[in-house]
Ligand binder design. Sequence first.
Ligand SMILES: *[C@@H]1O[C@H](CO)[C@@H](O)[C@H](O)[C@H]1NC(C)=O
Ligand SMILES: *[C@@H]1O[C@H](CO)[C@@H](O)[C@H](O)[C@H]1NC(C)=O
Ligand SMILES: *[C@@H]1O[C@H](CO)[C@@H](O)[C@H](O)[C@H]1NC(C)=O
Ligand SMILES: *[C@@H]1O[C@H](CO)[C@@H](O)[C@H](O)[C@H]1NC(C)=O
Length: 299
Amino acid sequence: MASSSLVLPPLYIAILAVLAILFHSSSQASADLFEDNFSKSCPETNFKTSEDGQIWYLSLDKKAGCGFGTKQRYRFGWFSMKLKLVGGDSAGVVTAYYMCSEDGAGPERDELDFEFLGNRTGEPYLIQTNVYKNGTGNREMRHMLWFDPTQDFHTYSILWNSHQIVFFVDRVPIRVYKNANYTNNFFPNQKPMYLFSSIWNADDWATRGGIEKTDWKKAPFVSSYKDFSVEACQWEDPYPACVATTTKNWWDQYSSWHLSEDEKNDFAWVERNLVIYDYCKDKERFKTLPEECSLNPWE
Ligand SMILES: *[C@@H]1O[C@H](CO)[C@@H](O)[C@H](O)[C@H]1NC(C)=O
Ligand SMILES: *[C@@H]1O[C@H](CO)[C@@H](O)[C@H](O)[C@H]1NC(C)=O
Ligand SMILES: *[C@@H]1O[C@H](CO)[C@@H](O)[C@H](O)[C@H]1NC(C)=O
Ligand SMILES: *[C@@H]1O[C@H](CO)[C@@H](O)[C@H](O)[C@H]1NC(C)=O
């Protein structure tokens, strides 16, 4: 019986052939959906997409992590994506979602970071944000979240114009970083940036200051992504269309230079309840607080 059942009638073979073609072309289309906008750097084993190509999975195991970045650079705009973070025991694992002027950690880079710091099962994730100007960061803030970011997708966004940078979680502003008189000393406003995400092992510092180590028996650690969207000025070399401060783009308009009244209410709630660490309040670390700390986020 075993051997005769392997001899398929021609009709079945034809159907299988059609299915094979369909399957092949649909997985091709979903690969394109990612590859139209992103390049990745990781082994094939650490990057997967859902069958329809809409959801992307990055994984970390003992051998490798994974990262991807946009092919285009942008200067000013609204950058948004939905992420679902590694669940269960994710201590030591960091998922980063950030913008950077270069593909690397060069000494003159500008960078805007969201970093999600994993934790032991049931212990809260923290979200760390940072701003780099010309290679200098040291502008960390840490927040608790008001939901479990491993259960569902949530939206993480950055608004960036020449007046302010705002980090949003589900459209709630959690951090406002202001420019003043357009000084360039601390406000990244010249270099266009790519958008990146990656997952890596940071158990030397991430969870309870590095006390909690990554438990590799729980690997692979997987974070999921969908609904990437940007409304931004795409940079064109040699010199961009993104220079004018007089553009009609909504993110450059007066109403985007400060929080709306509703956003101010949300931001006040975040400031009262969710801030764990703010470098601008750390007088032990900074004898003189950095210049930007005197700026008023409510203006
Ligand atoms: C993604 O790539 C497609 C095809 O190249 C392009 O039309 C679209 O504008 C890109 N999306 C973003 C957000 O850059
Ligand atoms: C940027 O940083 C580099 C390297 O630290 C330094 O040589 C350069 O002067 C800085 N540029 C500006 C505009 O501050
Ligand atoms: C902007 O510059 C003016 C004049 O130099 C100064 O008086 C003012 O304090 C500055 N504003 C901020 C927010 O730094
Ligand atoms: C992890 O959980 C511990 C215990 O609840 C908490 O103190 C810590 O802030 C959490 N997050 C990180 C990143 O350490």
